[in-house]
Design a protein around this ligand. Sequence first.
Ligand code: CA
Length: 710
Amino acid sequence: MPHPWRGLLLAPIAFLALCCATSREEPPAGAANAPAPSRADRIRAATGAVDDARLKGADADVGDWLTHGRTYAEQRYSPLEQIRDTNVAQLGLRWSLDLGTHRGVEATPIAVDGVLFTTGPWSVVYAIDARSGTLIWSYDPQVPKTVGANACCDVVNRGAAVYKGRVYAGTLDGRLLALDAATGALAWQVQTTDTTRPYTITGAPRVVAGNVILGNGGAELGVRGYVSAYDAETGRLVWRFYTVPGDPSQPFENAHLAMAAKTWSGEWWKVGGGGTAWDSFAYDPDLDLLYIGTGNGSPWSRYARSPQGGDNLFVSSILAVRPKTGELVWYFQTTPGDNWDYTSTQHMILADLEIGGKPRKVLMQAPKNGFFYVLDRATGEFLSAKPYVEVSWAKGIDAQGRPVEASGTDYRRETREIRPSPFGGHNWQPMSYDPQTGLVYVPAQEVPFFFRFDPSWRYTPGAWNTFTDMSVIQEVPPELVSGHLLAWDPRAQREVWRAQYGLPWNGGTLATAGNLVFQGTADGRFVAYRASDGAKLWESPAGSGVVAAPITYLVDGVQYVTVMAGWGGVFALAGGDAARSAGVESVGRVLTFALGGSAPPPPPADLPPPPRPSVEVTASAAQIQAGGNAYHRWCAHCHGIGAVGGGVLPDLRYSTPETHARFADIVLGGVSQDRGMPSFAKWLTPQEVEQIRAYVVSRARDAAKAAGVK
Ligand code: CA
């Protein structure tokens, strides 16, 4: 699909280096003879010292949060215990910083010497003074708004990496940025993706052995996944590992992909195959293995992707590669022949556990498919897996680690209810592991889903290509949907306690030596639980739904806890009604807490009244139904399932008469392209657009009726 901005992309790059870092640096202070170091000097020194040795030893560095999961093992466990179960009741808000956005906020900040480095919607990078919440600098990479249509789940970014004085971040349009940590000035950037394909980057890079490691996403639209390693100093591509085989008429990149190609059938490479590594990595420096989680197949439905069957390596897998070369050492596929969007991109935790009387170096993951896996991370040997939420697609996992698929899941001829859903029993929201309690704290959820294959589907470049009927999700009864914080014993593979929530899609977790687990919630709270038994000890209003994971660190010897608020993300797709009924909205903010903190809480949600149709349309029930089908193919992943917006992008049920009058100009004429609304002129006819409009009006009418609005 040609993008109007593609030809423009290269030209502005040199300009961006000059234009986009907004620096709030303080003037140098002090006397002429012995000038005190400026803030920039101090940041330069502190971040400049973050090298391979510091990253390997991050666990001992209790005052900072040096890498995405705090350490390469990604346990998200802090040894800090100034804030603990006995005094957490005195925790209070120290400051909040409004990011001026309603889009999804999913980042885990990095904390170095009292400075937070984090990211927001549209891949904007921020440096924030953790003492005061003052913005030190921000860098806007000026991602073209039209790229937003390539994002499956909003224009989110899950964080940055810091190494040797630089801040690294991926951008939604596929670039890797290297910024000066002290000023936000661009040092270099490199395009890591083919801009003719709908790739996006939303995950946080990791720096391992001098290489910046990052993946990409786009499997809902149709891409071929890969992971790249760039030299942190120069931006030179060091290696690239494709996670699925390409066109077999061309030479395969390596023997592993030649082997993998034997597990595919049909013409998968035309849509791309998927297997995108869009979020999780972990690293074991002793074994020198980098672990990569890969995503679902593209398209979702294996009946279209690989019609004669096959496992489709390496979709939905955990891969172990050498970080210096990208050479594959072992792989483990959690969902062979994925048919349900069961990514294995979920957070991976490395730990040393005693299992069966023997110490084992394990890797733990709770992928979307609903089973909690424990693997030997040296060899990839399967150790155990048990369902951590309700599972209907498989009866269990056999002794070799292979799922035993349940009967009655074939959705070619009839609609099938499948659990978990493509939202997952657990999604990207990071879990944490407390070595004191021996428990893993999983942001879990129960969301059933209906699958129905659409045999009429034809691959359409640049659009969603799931080959499943997305409109059937409307049939899921809301009372079956919920979320919970799950405390899971990975040795015994059993639940120890849970904290139940009405809404799914809650935040990532943080465990601390203070016998605490912190989690933000979809219904707008930030909560601390006692790690050992799940007693709720403290909560604070967050002023927004929260999905990101908290961090903790020291500033001047005082323990702080920071979390980014703003649910966005997949709530753009579903959940808007539930969130509204819980009285929350999405507001992007950084919230920082400390004992005795007394900053005013963020204001409560300012929610609109229920929608009511602003115009009437005459359309038959059949036309409205056709409009609903087209809506769910083309519109729902931004404007929401059932035309219920998630408070992130316009909820079309609230469209004004003026918007209705310009409906065709917006959808087909591209008049709102600068706001991120693409033109659908290539795909939709004026008649179909009118049917979509009729469907939207009918949904406004339904909502008004349900709310008792005349
Ligand atoms: Ca997916």
